[in-house]
Design a protein around this ligand. Structure first.
Ligand code: TRP
Length: 334
């Protein structure tokens, strides 16, 4: 709880470009959460350097991600959208929590195993303790709910274990975070392999619609979307490609899948794909225009970065000081 309200925290990496799946499945549903929760969305640049990054690219992408969140509808006056590296409490709490986390626990993290296989030439200690930094992100804000995908569940579970361990020793210091189970967003699948989730890290560019794709690109990708040879638009698990397109069209137009099927009765796949492509392009266009405006408006964005960084710092430091006192660090002389 913060300010008498439940708090919500999510972190996002600026590596890779957000997809239509991120937007329709998550972001789009977060817009109204600020009415109910004290919301924090951190661009987790400290997490990003666990894998080698080009400095200029990381800096540029971090700013793009931050502005994209705002352009997609998150009001930066109501949602604290900030850079993790601007709030040093993240690193300070992470150190302390490292001392309350076991090697064995970290060894079990499947993402560490995957990432160390993928980056065998750079298995650094940061990659190993990444989940502890993530636990610090969450626990610093006395977070009640964390909207995370299934791939981050194990990390969230670890954060809960660390919090519980700490609280058992020192009393109720941390709020016990839970996965956010709200209105489930649409599940958007890959356009090239509809059995897989649409992912920002897919190697096949045609598999994902990026929020930054131009209308032409969007339409071209939908034209190439993998379907089937049934030549009939039905909402069925036997036609996963068509089903995915119906889902996308349905969320974008707020029509039910049944209404969509009816609308395209007797039409060919070509017409349907074109309609989906045009609809998606028309949703992305205003977001892209807003982002471009924001990126040009340097003073405004800098103001947001500063104000939200200070806000995040205020709440994070409050928790950090409590923790430092509990573990026996001397009080600061003021
Ligand atoms: N590890 C998350 C990811 O890669 C990002 C992240 C960092 C995060 N800190 C977080 C997510 C805290 C939720 C809460 O997607």
């Amino acid at each position: 709880m913060l300010n008498g309200r439940k708090s919500l925290f999510s972190g996002m990496q600026a590596t890779g470009t957000l997809t239509l799946g991120n937007y329709l499945g998550a972001l789009n549903n977060w817009v109204t959460l600020a009415d109910e929760y004290e919301c924090f969305y951190s661009v987790v640049d400290m997490h990003s350097i666990t894998v080698r990054q080009d400095p200029a690219t990381l800096r540029k992408r971090s700013r793009e991600l931050l502005t994209l969140y705002i352009a997609a509808g998150l009001d930066p006056e109501k949602n604290c959208i900030y850079y993790q590296s601007h709030v040093s409490a993240h690193a300070e709490l992470a150190w302390i929590l490292n001392c309350f986390t076991y090697m064995g626990e970290l060894n079990r993290m499947t993402q560490f195993k995957d990432k160390s296989a993928k980056h065998a030439d750079n298995i650094n200690a940061g990659l190993f303790t990444y989940p502890v930094l993530m636990a610090s992100d969450i626990l610093l804000f006395q977070t009640d709910v964390v909207p995370v995908g299934i791939d981050q569940m194990q990390h969230l579970e670890l954060a809960r274990n660390i919090a519980e361990r700490f609280n058992n020793i020192y009393g109720e210091v941390f709020t016990m975070p839970q996965a956010y189970v709200g209105k489930v967003g649409a599940k958007i699948q890959s356009l090239q392999d509809p059995s897989k989730k649409m992912s920002k890290s897919d190697e096949n560019e045609n598999a994902s619609i990026y929020l930054t794709d131009s209308p032409d690109t969007v339409i071209r990708k939908f034209k190439r979307a993998v379907t089937d040879s049934e030549a009939c638009i039905r909402y069925s698990d036997e036609q996963p490609g068509i089903k995915n397109l119906i889902n996308i069209y349905s969320v974008c137009t707020k029509k039910t899948p049944e209404e969509v099927v009816k609308e395209f009765e007797g039409k060919g796949y070509g017409d349907f794909k074109m309609a989906v492509g045009e609809t998606v392009a028309s949703i992305l266009k205003p977001i892209q225009e807003k982002q471009a405006d924001l990126l040009k408006n340097k003073d405004y964005i800098d103001g947001i970065i500063k104000a939200n960084g200070e806000k995040a710092n205020y709440f994070a430091t409050k928790t950090l000081r409590k923790v430092q006192r509990k573990v026996g660090f001397p009080d600061r002389i003021r």
